[in-house]
Design a binder for this molecule. Structure first.
Ligand code: ADP
Length: 335
């Protein structure tokens, strides 16, 4: 609408109109198309969304399926890793690492049980056999006494084995807490010289100690003593009468170095890598029927590792062995 004035003073109203019909037609068509196409588009979007989501969740489904099948008998199975390096892969890799650790721990437990059964079965059968023979044929009190005293010895031996085994198991299951405090190695070695000197004399081997002053290691006195005692005890055990054992200790570069050198039976090169394993005993020591169960060095290694130290062995069969232990020293002492 537009008012217009003529030069003669008359006023007009100009009205211009256009038919809305075509536009209404178009809008009507759009509305009817929308009515059809809307649900179809929605359906298509939902189908595509479902398809894409199920593809994206496929790895999760695989992980769930594999995890459901996992149990103690097939811990070696691993979750599938697609290689896409996404969060799901990261999750699968993390789970796989946890399974690998569990697998290792369960494997060790199985091996421990098998070794235990093996270690206990033969002596128990022997004890039983002995008892049966004496019960059937023994006549005098002296015979029964002899049986009982020999069985007491065997029982003590196996009680020691079980004690050691319990210590090793407690150590490995994290139940043992190691202290971290300065340990006076001089007095520790003096104590050991007194205790083990008696054993060495009884065995007919010479045991000499040589150590510097102010030797201070950092750790748990009781466990450090246990480790050193085990190594020297082995040296005495595996050195025949007339041999000698030299224990040296000194401080070098913030560490306490301890060396136990013997002139004993030695360890063959193929046995050396195994001597720290549980229940491992070199053929030479088995053949000579030297008492032992193969747990001592396993515990020594655990103690050394948990002190942040190291242990190495050098040995020549028939000539002797040298065990070298290294423990962190006390940073505040002159070691
Ligand atoms: P064991 O109870 O048999 O002594 P260990 O764990 O202490 O068990 O030692 C494992 C094996 O290492 C021994 O059986 C022995 O064969 C070998 N061994 C350890 N120390 C010595 C040594 N000083 N001389 C010779 N062999 C040794």
């Amino acid at each position: 609408n537009q008012p217009v004035s003529s030069p003669g003073g008359r006023r007009f109203l100009v009205q211009v109109g256009i038919s809305l019909k075509p536009m209404e037609n178009v809008l009507g068509r759009v509305a009817s198309l929308g009515l059809w196409l809307g649900p179809i588009a929605l359906l298509l979007a939902a189908t595509a969304g479902w398809f894409m989501a199920s593809r994206a969740l496929n790895p999760v489904r695989n992980i769930v399926r594999t995890a459901q099948k996992l149990d103690v008998s097939n811990l070696h199975q691993r979750l599938p890793v697609t290689g896409a390096r996404d969060e799901l892969d990261e999750l699968a890799v993390t789970f796989n690492e946890a399974f690998a650790r569990l697998d290792g721990a369960v494997g060790e437990m199985k091996q421990l049980m098998a070794s235990m059964a093996h270690e206990l079965r033969t002596p128990l059968a022997a004890l039983r056999g002995e008892a049966e023979i004496v019960l059937l044929h023994g006549k005098t009190i002296a015979e029964f006494r002899q049986l009982l005293s020999s069985q007491l010895e065997e029982i003590d031996k196996h009680a020691r084995l079980i004690d050691r085994l319990l210590t090793v198991t407690r150590a490995e299951s994290g139940l043992l807490q190691l202290k971290r405090q300065p340990v006076d190695m001089e007095s520790l070695l003096k104590d050991l010289a007194d205790t083990l000197g008696v054993l060495a004399v009884a065995k007919g081997v010479s045991l000499n100690f040589e150590y510097g002053r102010n030797l201070v290691a950092m750790g748990d006195a009781q466990w450090l003593k246990h480790a050193v005692l085990n190594v020297i005890d082995n040296a005495i055990k595996y050195t025949p009468e007339g041999g000698s054992i030299q224990v040296r200790a000194n401080g070098v570069g913030g560490f306490v170095l301890l060396e136990v050198e013997d002139t004993g039976i030695g360890i063959s090169a193929d046995a050396v890598p195994h001597i720290f394993e549980r229940f491992y005993r070199a053929d030479s020591s088995r053949a000579k029927d030297i008492e032992g169960v193969g747990l001592g060095l396993n515990l020594v290694k655990w103690i050394v590792d948990h002190h942040g130290g190291e242990i190495h062995v050098e040995s020549t069969p028939g000539q002797g062995s040298t065990f070298r232990l290294r423990f962190p020293g006390d940073a505040h002492s002159p070691t």
